[in-house]
Write a protein that binds this ligand. Structure first.
Ligand SMILES: NC(=O)c1ccc[n+]([C@@H]2O[C@H](COP(=O)([O-])OP(=O)(O)OC[C@H]3O[C@@H](n4cnc5c(N)ncnc54)[C@H](O)[C@@H]3O)[C@@H](O)[C@H]2O)c1
Length: 294
């Protein structure tokens, strides 16, 4: 009787300390810009492949009044994703998921890009679709790169959207990929299709999930590229795109904030291109010369 009373007190205390939880995987500039906009008053879980990156983000966010915890997670590992879901639930109901983790064509091999960006994102959406709270929302950062791939067949679309996660990497047209740019483009296209499929599952729990496909966003890495040996090519592309400049992490953050807010409750399973018109120009404008290489 006494033990039960004590248990009840411990449980009640835990409930009082529980907060809504916002999970960020990939603590770079885009991820931080989003989580700052949706994480106030919540417990923010900062997850990254590199613990030191998560720690760096914690310092910035805690100094700005947010409550955080950190965990090292490899998006390419199902076990790590399950550990992330378990960690997040310790603090309360999981209200938000932001996936801003990923590797780009110049950073990784074909296999690593497919493992992290394509397979890992699919597993993450599936596992968080099992625990996301009623009224919750998720965002996956895809890329304008996915919009540079020509049309896939209905069968290929459906396979990328709905295949069991463990079969994704064995799809014949995925196994046939040999260059990193194609691996990245297929992964980002898969993110968008997977979000459509997952929206049908997340909706049953009262949650929304969308993807955002950014163009070039200035981050420390992008800034290095702009001023590095291939800088002139990038600067020309930005000059010629309709907006005439690169984007900022905050502009992506503003879009994500809207999608994750009460005003965005009727938006789910959708992809939002935010690229200053670069994709429009790539297909039909001054940037068509990029088709040969990008
Ligand atoms: N910056 C751009 O111009 C741009 C444009 C389009 C799309 N994106 C996409 O936005 C996302 C975020 O990129 P960013 O520009 O903020 O880059 P970033 O390098 O600043 O952030 C990415 C973060 O992901 C982490 N990460 C890498 N591999 C991981 C893994 N296996 N598991 C967990 N974490 C991992 C990195 O450590 C890093 O902290 C990526 O998916 C990228 O493809 C970026």
């Amino acid at each position: 009787m006494e033990t039960r009373g004590l248990d009840a007190i411990i449980h009640a205390k835990r409930c009082i300390n529980m907060k809504e939880v916002a999970v960020l995987l990939g603590t770079g500039s885009i991820g931080q810009a989003i989580i700052r906009r949706v994480g106030a008053g919540k417990h923010i879980v900062l997850a990254d492949l590199k613990q030191e990156y998560a720690d760096r983000a914690t310092k910035i966010l805690e100094d700005a009044g947010f409550e955080t915890s950190t965990i090292a997670v490899n998006l390419g590992s199902k076990d790590d994703i399950l550990a992330l879901a378990e960690h997040a639930q310790k603090f309360g109901p999981v209200k938000n998921l932001v996936n801003a983790a990923g590797v780009s064509p110049s950073q990784a091999s074909v296999q690593d890009i497919l493992r992290v960006d394509l397979y890992g994102t699919a597993v993450l959406l599936e596992e968080f679709g099992k625990i996301v709270a009623d009224g919750g929302s998720g965002i996956v950062i895809s890329s304008q790169s996915g919009h540079r791939l020509g049309a896939l067949t209905e069968e290929e679309n459906s396979q990328l959207a709905c295949s069991p996660v463990e079969e994704l990497m064995s799809l014949p047209f995925i196994k046939a990929i040999t260059d990193t740019l194609k691996a990245y483009q297929y992964s980002k296209r898969c993110n968008v299709l997977r979000v459509m499929y997952e929206a049908t599952r997340w909706g049953k729990r009262g949650a929304t999930v969308n993807s955002i496909s950014p163009g070039i966003i200035i981050t420390p890495l992008a800034n290095d590229e702009l001023h590095g040996p291939r800088g002139e090519g990038y600067r020309k592309m930005l000059r010629l795109c309709p907006a005439g400049r690169a984007g900022t992490p905050d502009e992506v953050g503003d879009l994500a904030e809207f999608l994750m807010s009460e005003k965005g409750r009727w938006i789910t399973g959708a992809d939002f291109l935010i690229d200053g018109g670069t994709t429009a120009s790539y297909w039909y404008g001054d940037l068509q010369y990029l088709k040969a290489t990008h």
